[in-house]
Design a binder for this molecule. Structure first.
Ligand SMILES: Cc1cc2nc3c(=O)[nH]c(=O)nc-3n(C[C@H](O)[C@H](O)[C@H](O)COP(=O)(O)OP(=O)(O)OC[C@H]3O[C@@H](n4cnc5c(N)ncnc54)[C@H](O)[C@@H]3O)c2cc1C
Length: 425
């Protein structure tokens, strides 16, 4: 199959890139599962936006401080300054962020933020954003969507990408040739037993990058979220208790229901404090109390969390819930420049699978959706520019592609490759 631009992944990064590209270009989006099964749909708390010019210095400092000052300063600047423009695009695409009575945006706050600067839609912000992007994509005649189609390798030759090797749901291998390829395959949670991510997010693009000598960065920067609902049953994925409940007043307690920590610490420090407390108490969890949030706020802002806890047997209006840290986010990834281009020609990486250095060593809450969108747009704009000077490309050498690859062996090899690399650092 031939296409002009191939996007791998139907999360917010892949969809927004597709919508930024011109309607005249032939675009194909492939996705490993169905269109809605992406972490972008799971995002609860919200998305940051610069809350007025006066907020710049404090937003910049909060992002850098959470990232232990290992962040790329230019990436942080680009993300923050582009946030109003991205929010305008989202509103144009039909995204309904919660507003005050006077029509202005209602901002909320989360851990390690010194200002209110987080836009939200109840506690299902990611679903609100991504379902609207998906609806727009479905209306574009130039975009072809292929579900249950998995990237297993790149068509590449002489450090230039010519498209992808994919499999369908029957494990039949085929090639999709493309002028430009964007990897938007999300995080790595599927490699871990306890993660808030979808299980099918197994770092495939990272493994392919390692295999193909494409540069990667900070592969050991894996974020553990401090608060997911504890369960002693084997689960598909851990249910997140969003940071914004703590931003709105939820408290954390030890086994004797005594406070033991500042709930608004950055994620890595809070996770450490919780693990230490669990060890001291000899427990598998600590308690989180949502009764400290005013009832009206609890029900209007967090209906999904309240309902899920009830389904699991906890009435958050009457009792504390048990919470435990779990793998959540990947700050490292395929190394990209400010235009999201990888070290391989004609190949881009966007969203959680990319590393442009914005998050440093630890991501600040609600910066991920924004970062994914800002740098997806930058990739799309760069591709538009590149098309103006695109010479005829050499024909790719396909001789190294074995269509009888043992796919199960490949999957095991990929997972091992990434985990070995992370653990070796
Ligand atoms: C529970 C939860 C809550 C969160 N809350 C927030 C929040 O409040 N605010 C915030 O900013 N961030 C939040 N995040 C993080 C944020 O949602 C993600 O970082 C962001 O959505 C990543 O977007 P993405 O497009 O890069 O990847 P995803 O949305 O995960 O999409 C990845 C896509 O790639 C596809 N894919 C993967 N591998 C392959 C392959 N081999 N071949 C083909 N397709 C493939 C998947 O099927 C999927 O379509 C949260 C994450 C989780 C899990």
């Amino acid at each position: 199959m031939n296409t002009e631009i191939l996007i791998v992944g139907s999360g917010c990064a892949g969809l927004y890139a597709a919508l930024t590209l011109p309607k005249e270009r032939q675009i194909t989006i492939i996705t490993k599962s169905d269109l809605e099964s992406s972490d972008s749909f799971l995002a609860q708390g919200g998305m940051c936006m610069l809350n007025g010019k006066d907020d710049y210095d404090s937003y910049y400092e909060d992002t850098m401080k959470a990232g232990h000052y290992e962040n790329d300063p230019r990436s942080v600047e680009l993300m923050i300054k582009s946030s109003p423009e991205v929010v305008d695009d989202l509103v144009d695409f039909g995204v309904d962020f919660t507003r005050n009575e006077d029509g202005t945006f209602a901002f909320t706050k989360e851990g390690a933020h010194s200002n209110k600067r987080i836009l939200f839609h109840k506690d299902i912000t990611g679903k609100e954003i991504t379902s609207n992007l998906l609806a727009q994509v479905k209306n574009r005649e130039n975009i072809t969507l292929m579900q249950h189609t998995t990237l297993v390798d790149l068509l590449c030759y002489d450090n230039t990408c010519y498209g992808a090797v994919v499999t369908d749901c029957n494990n039949v291998v085929s090639h999709i040739k493309a002028d430009y390829t964007l990897l938007a395959t999300g995080g790595i949670g599927g490699l871990y037993r306890h993660s808030t991510n979808y299980k099918h997010l197994t770092a495939d693009a990272i493994a392919i990058a390692l295999n193909r000598g494409i540069e990667t960065k900070n592969l050991d920067y894996v974020q553990i979220h401090p608060t997911t609902l504890y369960s002693d049953k084997e689960e598909e994925r851990s249910f997140l208790i969003s940071e914004s409940v703590r931003g709105e007043g939820a408290r954390l307690y030890d086994k004797n229901v005594n406070p033991f920590v500042n709930e608004l610490l950055p994620r890595d420090l809070l996770t450490k404090a919780i693990y230490e407390q669990m060890k001291k108490d000899g427990t598998n969890y600590v308690w989180e109390d949502l009764r400290t949030i005013p009832s009206q706020e609890l029900h209007s802002h967090f209906p999904n969390i309240v309902a899920h806890c009830l389904k699991m047997g906890y009435d958050v209006t009457k009792e504390c819930i048990p919470v435990v840290p779990a793998q959540h986010y990947f700050m490292g990834g395929i190394k990209v420049n400010y235009e999201s281009k990888t070290s391989m020609e004609h190949l881009y990486a966007i969203g959680e699978t990319a590393c442009n250095g914005v998050h440093g060593k630890n991501r600040l809450a609600s910066n991920s959706l924004l970062e994914s969108l800002v740098f997806a747009k930058r990739a799309a704009l760069d591709i538009i520019n590149k098309y103006e000077t695109l010479p005829d490309k050499d024909t790719a050498d396909m001789s190294n592609i074995d269509s009888h690859t043992d796919l199960d062996a490949l999957k095991t090899y990929y997972s091992k490759l990434v985990l070995d690399k992370i653990n070796a650092i």
